[in-house]
Design a protein around this ligand. Sequence first.
Ligand code: MSP
Length: 526
Amino acid sequence: MKKRVYITTPIYYPSAKLHIGHAYCTTLCDVFARYKRLMGYEVFFLTGSDEHGEKIESKAKEANKTSQQFVDEIVVGFKELWDALKITNNDFIRTTEQRHIKAVSYVFSKLLQKGDIYLGNYEGWYCVPCESFWTETQTGDDHLCPDCHRPVEKKSEESYFFNTNKYLPALMKHFDENPAFLTPISRKNEMINTFIKPGLADLAVSRTSFSWGVPVKEKPGHVVYVWIDALVNYISALGYPDENAEKFKKFWNDKNTEIIHVCGADITRFHALYWPLFLLGLDLRLPDRVFVHGLLMMKDGKMSKSKGNVIDPFPLIERYGVDAVRYYLARETVFGSDGTFTPEQFIERVNVDLANDYGNLLHRTISMIIKYFDGIIPTYQGQVTSFDNELEELALSTIKEYREQFDELEITEAFISVFKLVSATNKYIDNTEPWNLAKNGETKALASAMNHLANNLYIAAVLLSPVLVETTKKLFTQLGIEEKFLSIEYLNKYGVIGGQKVSKGIPLFPRLKPEDEIEYIKNLMS
Ligand code: MSP
């Protein structure tokens, strides 16, 4: 078992404010990073900003700012968003930082010296927003970008090229030998059918039409193509090209570290094909996993400023709390599939799962412990009724299932498992009928019921802690559980909770009035 994890998000373009779609990826990575830390792993979690390129340069001009000024201002907003979402990244890499520029220059020169990069002439159809060249066939008769469907322009320029075919056989071998390298499997098939089978063209890796980028020191007038620049962040943040840098040794070169890149479906080929090819050129180890998540859409399709259907995460966090937003993102859409954001589903998730199932379970449990046992959780006495037996078994199998699912990045499924346990615990109240046990003087069974409720709530809270970062503490406080119990260590054995003094607090998630809130969220779209 590997005990160290390096997890990365894509680095975002500071061309505009981030929306809920960007927040989706970073939040899911944060949930995963927190899960691994909970499991005792040493985690390095990286995010950042991809600040060079023609698009940023022209946006800055439009805004009458220098490119640097422009990105500096937008990146402040990125960091504020990650703070608001309680993202626990260990570093934030900006591609305009010296440490990064140095690495990009080094990478380019090294590949050039090895003969993996050569000078040629590029002619093709170029999409400015995607910073990508396309072939005649790819853009079709209308000459539209196959990715974003905007018009492309014909361009010809002197350019350096990366010889993709040199390392392709090695990459294919890696795909074959490591079935989990690129998941979900549909993405792997897509890469093979769309890019590999038709023949992977050499990649243009420098530009001359603009200057906002890392200069190619061997050829004035050329800047390094933004995608090489961007991908190198995954190693520059660890100290590369200094291969003796502490972080690089620990989180890249050490085979005991599991390296996981997470990215959206629109940028799969850069992470699953070009990045590994560059790494092979650099004689560096390949990541263990590239996990591709789906896109979060709106009812009328892709989120976009021009459509006016973009949701800013800030007001959502402010009104519903960070945990509601994080939970919605992690639970609503299966990680790996596309999803649709709707205000109706958002409110329903919060009301049904968080307010009704989870919040209410805590509220009912605390009220009964106060009523029947003066607020002290009875200690564990083993299995007193057959319902106890069933509930314990389910709790233990849920922990196991949750871990297996999480380790495979089946994050949504892992939370579904926890909520099955929460529902079963609610059902346990209906089955054991504590009010009747109290009426009939069955104190032992009643004490056992209260103990099982508290223990199951505790287990659910620990398992939900990677996503519910504020609520878990509140639940612990209300159940009188010390912070040290927020650890996987105590989950190996059932019944560790007992003897604590509970206290009534405010509901974890107040029930929302759907009509009002749906209206409120609809008004946020801009
Ligand atoms: N800068 C490049 C990434 C370089 S990584 C070495 C880039 N930036 S981006 O800001 O356009 O997008 C970053 C990530 O956000 C991508 O993984 C993309 O899939 C994700 N998302 C952008 N919109 C999204 C949704 N609507 N839904 C889910 N993820 C979305 O590409």
